[in-house]
Write a protein that binds this ligand. Structure first.
Ligand code: IPE
Ligand code: IPE
Ligand code: MG
Length: 229
């Protein structure tokens, strides 16, 4: 049994990592893709069935256009490079967020990768892309209202991007900030949170193991009383 069924990661600190080395922010994003590749491999090796990577928030459109263009170009490159391994190792790709609005060359590669990996059964790799936690809740409510369907926790959850996925057991944020930045707001109600100063480009499988060790020691009570010894 894997120790958790859904690991979610807020990959932060690329820009500051690069700037601290006198490099352009883009160099940090590029280094971040190498970290992402290793973490995907390690998560797959650990047989954790769901991994979500926060890749681009709706708020990230506020960045300079050159940085946004670079990020989507980098994602296109990354997906093209990784697709054979994703297919070979049974990793199913999924997107949380709105595909519309993603620049078309990247969207096309994404759609191709989604189709090619659709039958992967070893692990789901969800990329939160053009994602907003608040907006997905609003959209789910709008859909339910339009269908005149009852609004319950279960019906709402079923209309989120994560429908059919378990809630994240553990959310890791690298890069030193102590916030969720609009990530999985509904789904994180009882997630364990792990914050580390390590910037994303330096986050290795060893750091992941440390976070998982920490998670193992947590006592998840979900509101219930502590069991007496
Ligand atoms: C995370 O690193 C990557 C994205 C949000 C796309 P940042 O680019 O936010 O790096 P910092 O936080 O500025 O260091
Ligand atoms: C969160 O990082 C979004 C991603 C990692 C994709 P940000 O760098 O955008 O978050 P803030 O702006 O510091 O809250
Ligand atoms: Mg940041």
């Amino acid at each position: 049994m894997p120790i958790l069924s859904h690991l979610a990661i807020i990959m932060d600190g690329n820009g500051r990592w690069a700037q601290a080395r006198g490099l352009a922010r883009s160099a940090g994003h590029r280094a971040g893709t190498l970290a992402a590749r290793e973490i995907v491999r390690e998560t797959r090796r650990l047989e954790i069935p769901n991994l979500t990577l926060y890749t681009f928030s709706r708020e990230n459109w506020r960045r300079p256009p050159q940085e946004v263009t670079f990020l989507f170009e980098l994602l296109r490159e990354f997906l093209s490079q990784e697709l054979p391994e994703l297919e070979r190792t049974g990793i199913r790709l999924r997107v949380l967020g709105e595909l519309d609005g993603i620049p078309s060359p990247t969207r096309q590669v994404l759609q191709h990768a989604l189709r090619r990996t659709a039958h992967g059964s070893a692990m789901t790799l969800a990329l939160a892309l053009n994602y907003s936690g608040r907006l997905e809740i609003v959209r789910a409510c709008q859909q339910l209202a339009q269908q005149k369907a009852p609004i319950t926790e279960a019906s709402l959850a079923a209309h989120l991007c994560t429908a059919d996925m378990p809630d994240p057991d553990l959310i890791i944020r690298t890069g030193g900030e102590l916030r969720l930045s609009n990530f999985l707001l509904f789904q994180s109600a009882y997630s364990e949170l792990y914050f580390t100063d390590t910037p994303w480009p330096e986050f290795t499988p060893e750091h992941l193991h440390r976070a998982l060790e920490d998670f193992r020691r947590r006592q998840r009570r979900f509101g219930a009383a502590v069991e007496e010894a």
